[in-house]
Design a binder for this molecule. Structure first.
Ligand code: ADP
Length: 165
């Protein structure tokens, strides 16, 4: 196991856009680790609604009050990015049983690639357990109320984006 003085964790994801569910996980992770890097995975195959810069900006704005967290983006393998940042752990959120199979597969593959990197699963408050970025985008497109799903700043950015579509 790695012996770092400072325990750094990476929270990777698409964050297209960040939701209150993601923020719940970031708050919990920030209590466990000395530093949490929220890292936007630049996966163009997923055809994100927001650009990498927009997603980084929305996260930065949304978590500025959560201590010892920073925001970044990365390309390529998560294990390589984690190593470059001396991270000891990867944080993932588990909402429901439906997340489990994919998350288990990813955790085991990442462990195969780097045995020292530990995946830590955190569960959000149950009020966020049905929430994901796709639902928020769909609601925004149909003019639904998303007040309790995303921070005000993200809501404004979503509305502007939908207006342009
Ligand atoms: P990815 O494309 O990697 O799944 P997401 O942005 O959808 O990226 O999710 C990043 C991580 O956050 C995943 O571990 C996912 O399970 C978790 N997550 C997403 N939405 C929520 C939520 N509402 N509550 C808790 N965790 C969540």
């Amino acid at each position: 196991m790695k012996q770092n003085n400072k325990k750094i964790a990476i929270y990777p994801g698409s964050f297209d856009p960040i939701t209150n569910g993601h923020i719940d996980i970031i708050k919990r992770a920030s209590l466990l680790f000395d530093h949490v890097i929220v890292a936007v995975a630049n996966n163009e195959q997923k055809r994100p609604l927001f650009s990498e810069n927009e997603r980084v900006e929305m996260i930065t704005e949304s978590i500025r009050e959560i201590p010892h967290t920073t925001v970044d983006s990365f390309k390529g393998l998560l294990v390589d990015y984690a190593r470059q940042n001396n991270a000891i752990a990867v944080i993932r959120g588990l909402r429901a049983v439906s997340d489990f199979e994919y998350e288990l597969q990813m955790a085991l593959v990442n462990r195969k690639l780097d045995e020292q990197l530990i995946t830590v699963f955190l569960m959000p408050h149950e009020s966020y357990s049905y929430l994901n970025s796709s639902i928020v985008k769909e609601l925004a497109l149909l003019n639904g109320n998303i007040d309790c799903f995303v921070p005000e700043y993200v809501k404004t950015r979503l509305k502007n984006k939908m207006r342009k579509k």
